[in-house]
Design a protein around this ligand. Structure first.
Ligand code: SF4
Ligand code: SF4
Length: 362
């Protein structure tokens, strides 16, 4: 009975991850069509999907500072901030649950980890001391971003950055990064892929600053995995299944920064009631389906509220986008011959500001 429930639970997360991936792919395809039309000098026939801004975490951090200091949600990438806040909110309930239930990179990391299992007889890993050193890298990267944006960047520069052509086109540049990938970037991605096969979850465990932030927020999360020592036999199956290599048997309540609420430990445990996820100090047990439904509800309600209040789609018109793009050269981005002259971009940015203030004056 327990094993039927466990596999049902595992399936729930797999289906949720698959659904999230379909949404991300849909957004990616729609955004590609939007950006391609602009790059060809035409007005796009598809609407720009605001969800693409989920991939602009630095812009979202800058927007967050602006919001905290002024109370204003920027209108360049409003959905970036909205999604960032929703994702942080999920961490208050499910720690790094975003990583194991929604993030496409997390899914790719799991697939590569399975490949690791198929290639190697036992789990390879770094020595404990080196693992600890490497684990700190993502916090250092996050620290640099937070220090630079929140402590070093004056508010005027924050506003300047948000309205700069660089930030306005950040999503299109990001697309260009993948559609016109440079040999250096391709080499970097290939290296990370190989490393993630050799050492499971290399990117998520050691390098991802987003995961680091969610882990820190998750430290004060209302939910966590709890083990019942009265029922637990100490078999260790949970620890072997844990992608974050948490010493579950040493604890009753798992408050590790690395826990992604993947529920892998719950799924593999052969004992009924020995381990489970619960909210509010263990008073509210939550199964896989409960996590899935809550995550879906948080995103739906957050996005719905943002739409209702006009903080979802940005206010940049297609004409303004066209002015900022080089119609002869394709999407502004990382291909060398497609980079727009920075001075030209600056002039266009000034033009846009002028157009806006003229519009406001009218
Ligand atoms: S798998 Fe279950 S019984 Fe085995 S050690 Fe983990 S919690 Fe205890
Ligand atoms: S296996 Fe359990 S302890 Fe490990 S990350 Fe997943 S939910 Fe957290």
């Amino acid at each position: 009975m327990k094993s039927i429930k466990s596999s049902r639970g595992r399936c729930t997360r797999r289906w949720f991850q698959a659904g999230s991936l379909v949404i991300v792919l849909f957004i990616g395809i729609q955004f590609y069509r939007f950006a391609s039309a602009l790059a060809g000098g035409a007005i796009p026939t598809v609407e720009r999907p605001p969800g693409v801004e989920a991939f602009l975490p630095i812009s979202a951090l800058v927007s967050l500072k602006y919001y905290l200091f002024t109370g204003i949600i920027n209108q360049i990438h409003p959905s970036g901030l909205v999604l960032f806040l929703i994702i942080c909110l999920t961490a208050l309930l499910f720690k790094r649950g975003f990583c194991s239930w929604i993030c496409p990179v997390g899914l790719a990391s799991e697939i590569l980890a399975r490949l690791h299992g198929a290639i190697f007889n036992h789990r390879l890993g770094l020595p404990k001391w080196l693992d600890r050193v490497f684990c700190s890298i993502k916090y250092a990267i996050l620290g640099v971003f937070v220090w630079t944006i929140f402590l070093k960047m004056p508010l005027a520069s924050v506003k300047g950055f948000m309205e700069s052509p660089y930030n306005i086109l950040a999503d299109i540049k990001m697309l260009g990064f993948f559609t016109h990938i440079s040999p250096l970037a391709l080499g970097g991605i290939t290296t990370l892929t190989v490393l993630s096969v050799v050492i499971q979850h290399f990117w998520c465990r050691y390098l991802c600053p987003y995961g680091a932030l969610l882990g820190i927020i998750g430290f004060v999360s209302l939910g966590r995995i709890r083990r019942n020592p009265a029922v637990c036999t100490g078999c260790g199956k949970c620890e072997r299944a844990c992608p974050s290599m948490i010493a579950i048997r040493e604890k009753e309540s798992i408050n590790s920064l690395g826990c992604s609420t993947c529920m892998g430990c719950v799924s593999v445990c052969p004992e009924d009631q020995a381990i489970g996820f619960s909210l509010f100090f263990g008073t509210m047990p939550v199964k896989h389906a409960g996590v899935a439904l809550t995550l879906a509800a948080l995103f739906s309600m957050g996005i719905g509220a943002a739409r209702f209040q006009g903080h979802w789609q940005n206010r940049i018109t297609n004409q303004e986008y066209l002015q900022l793009m080089n119609p002869q050269k394709g999407a502004a981005g990382h291909r060398r011959d497609a980079v727009i002259d920075p001075q030209k971009l600056e002039r266009m940015g000034q033009m846009m500001k002028q157009m806006r203030s003229d519009g406001n004056a009218k």
